[in-house]
Each structure stands twice: as C-alpha cells, then as structure tokens.
Design a protein around this ligand. Structure first.
Ligand SMILES: C[S@@+](CC[C@H](N)C(=O)[O-])C[C@H]1O[C@@H](n2cnc3c(N)ncnc32)[C@H](O)[C@@H]1O
Length: 368
C-alpha cells in the first residue's frame, strides 16, 4: 500500500518512497564535498561561544530542513554531533527532522534512528510543515541544516513545458517566463531566509547546499539543460499526448530552480543581522556517469539514472497530474510508461548526460 496520497496538494513536492535507495548515493557526493566547510563553521561557532558547547545545563538543537526519507541526513548530522560530543560528551542534542507533512516520516525516523543509534543523549523529533513559513519558535535552533532542498519553490511562478526544472542561462533569464521564475525565486528565498533567521539563536548557523548554475557555459551545464529538455519534450510529452493529457504538461514539472550564486548572495546580503560566513561552489561528480566510465555497462547506467530520476520526480509527476484532476488510472499508466521508457532513453543520450553538477555550500550566521 502506498502512503503517498497523490490527490493531496503538497504531494507534488515530496520524494518517492524509494528515494533512500535510488537518490541518496548521488546526493551524498555533494554532502561529502561540503563537510569540511560545515566542520569549519562549527569550530568558528565554538570559538565565538564556547559555553554553548561546554555547558551541560542547556541542550543543542539541530534541524534538517527537507529531510525526505532520511538517508542523506545521517552523515551531516554525525559530523555535527561528533564535534559537539568531542567537546562535551554529556551534551544533550535535539535533532529535528523537517519536511512537508505528507513526507514519509516513518522512513525518515527508521533510517535516522538507526544511523544515530550509537550516541547517548541524542533525541530525534520531527516537524511537518512547509518551510516557506517559520517552522520552529523564535531563537530556538543552534544549527539549521538543509541539503539540496531550498532551491525548490512552493509553486511554479510561470508554466514550464520544455524542461523538467528551471535552469537559468543568459537567454532564458531575459524572457517573460524566465523573469517570472527569477522573481518567484527571489520571493521564495527572502521568505526562506527570514523564516530561518527568526528560528536561529544569536550566532546560530544556517548551512545549506544548493544546486546552482554558476557558469551556464560550462560543458556539463549545457548538457544538463539539453538532457532534461529532452526528457521533458521527447519522453514525457509523447506519453502525455498518447493519453490525451498533453495540456497538463506544466503540472508535471519540478518547481526546482538552478540559478546563479549571485541570486542567493544578493538576498542574503540584503537581510539585516545576517552574515554570510562562506559561499564556495563545487563541481560534484555524478556517480552514475563515473561508474559507467569504470564499467562500460550502459544498461546498468540507464537503469540507475532512470531510478534516480524517478526518486525525485516520480511522485511530483503523479501529484501534479492529480492536482489537475486527471483520472488516477491514467496517472498510473502515464507514470509507468514514462519510467519504462526512461532507461533506454538515457542509454541513448550518454553524449548529453551531465558528468557533474554544481553545488553551492552556503553558510550564514545570525548576528543579533
Ligand atoms: C530533493 S529532496 C532532498 C532530500 C535530502 N535533504 C537530500 O539531500 O537527499 C527535497 C526534500 O524537500 C522537501 N520539501 C520541498 N519543499 C518543501 C517545503 N516547502 N517545506 C518543507 N519541505 C519541503 C521535499 O518533500 C523533499 O523531501
């Protein structure tokens, strides 16, 4: 039985129940790259505020925004917890797993409890709410963490029918549609940052990783644009047309944006009492492509990439069609067919499959 109710409004944003198996490994590459920066930020926080770590009287609160089914939460949480416990092994730590209410919190709890079971005094809780608003009380958190999530907008600012998500480049940011997406992104990011700022204690740290498109002319960014353009126009559109629901194409797309680093930084720098601690970006290896280079096994490559795409897009596609009132049977057929076609399609598009993706590790501190 599926616990994902595709007729629920928000389910157009949550992850597929198999996300831990199909996507977490891919995401983990970006987490591993960003961990040294996270550790450095925690050390700075310790230098500024030693009693926050050393005192056993108060607890330390960490939230993971957009925890999904939990597999990607474990490594960053362990990094933070290990450092705190190194300083004070008795320190009580509260971990809050945050996501939309319809997320599979059962899977998130099972996975994260298992991944943190060897610690003493670590308490795991959850909050199910849209993070566009304030989720936690004022001055409640010591560290807010979020991996590859905060670039998802609450709703599409304009219809999108030629790509699975919005990838900024010099051409499309000048179009009417592109301007609307950037405007929608700005509104989202202002709201996200103000909500997170309110929840942080003074000196508290927000550490987020985001998929960006720092240099749209880079070879792999051009490929990413082309590859997902073809997934939308060659695969999805054909299947929707077969079922006479091609006019619903926009509802199937992700509300994720890949914009420039400056789009994030300009807003962070305009918010009072926030200080940008670091903002490095990285070319992160796509694990499926690099595995293919080692093995030459094109079939496995196609299957893994298709499962990975289904992990972050499957429920979004189905949920979007459900919101448009499409019949449940047709939704199931469309989804089944798209993900049946995808492996071979991916195999045939190796030449335009992006070998890397670009990630921004952004660390921001509340100063007052
Ligand atoms: C791409 S997944 C990332 C999951 C995980 N952090 C990782 O790194 O693998 C994005 C997650 O953010 C959640 N999400 C998207 N928009 C949200 C919102 N407005 N409020 C809370 N969670 C949201 C989705 O439900 C999903 O679980």
């Amino acid at each position: 039985m599926s616990y994902i109710y595709t007729d629920m409004k928000g389910s157009a944003r949550v992850m597929h129940e198999d996300y831990n198996n199909t996507v977490a490994g891919w995401v983990n590459e970006s987490i591993v790259i960003a961990l040294p920066e996270l550790l450095e930020c925690i050390n700075k926080l310790y230098e500024q505020n030693p009693e926050r770590f050393e005192s056993t009287e108060t607890s330390f609160s960490i939230a993971d925004f957009g925890c999904a089914t939990g597999a990607s939460s474990i490594t960053p949480l362990r990094t933070v917890i290990d450092r705190i416990k190194q300083i004070n092994s008795e320190k009580e730590i509260h971990v809050y797993l945050e996501d939309l209410p319809e997320n599979r919190f059962d899977l998130a709890f099972t996975t994260v409890q298992e991944g943190l079971k060897d610690y003493k005094n670590v308490f795991i809780m959850a909050a199910g709410k849209d993070f566009s608003q304030q989720v936690f009380p004022n001055k409640f958190l010591d560290i807010s963490f979020s991996s590859l999530t905060a670039m998802i907008l609450p709703s599409p600012p304009a219809p999108l029918d030629d790509n699975v998500f919005f990838l900024a480049n010099p051409e499309n940011t000048e179009t009417e549609r592109g301007k609307k997406w950037i405007e929608g992104f700005n509104q989202h990011w202002v709201q996200f940052m103000n909500s997170r700022k309110a929840e942080l204690k003074k000196d508290g740290l927000l550490f987020v990783t985001l998929i960006i498109n720092q240099n749209p002319n880079k070879d792999y960014q051009t490929k990413e644009n082309e590859f997902y353009h073809e997934v939308a126009t060659q695969v999805l559109k054909k299947v929707l047309t077969k079922y006479n629901v091609e006019d619903k194409i926009s509802s199937c797309m992700k509300t994720t944006v890949s914009v420039y680093k400056s789009h994030y930084l300009d807003i962070c720098n305009s918010i009072p009492d926030l200080h940008v601690v670091s903002s490095n970006d990285f070319d992160v290896k796509d694990i499926f492509y690099h595995e293919y280079i080692e093995t030459n096994d094109l079939k496995t490559f196609g299957q893994k990439v298709a499962s990975y795409i289904q992990g972050w897009w499957g429920d979004v596609l189905e949920g979007g069609l459900a919101q448009q009132g499409v019949d449940q049977q047709i939704i199931k057929e469309v989804s089944k067919e798209v993900f049946e076609i995808l492996p071979e399609f991916v195999e045939s598009r190796l030449n335009i499959y992006p070998e890397y993706y670009n990630v921004l590790a952004l660390a921001v501190q509340r100063t007052a």
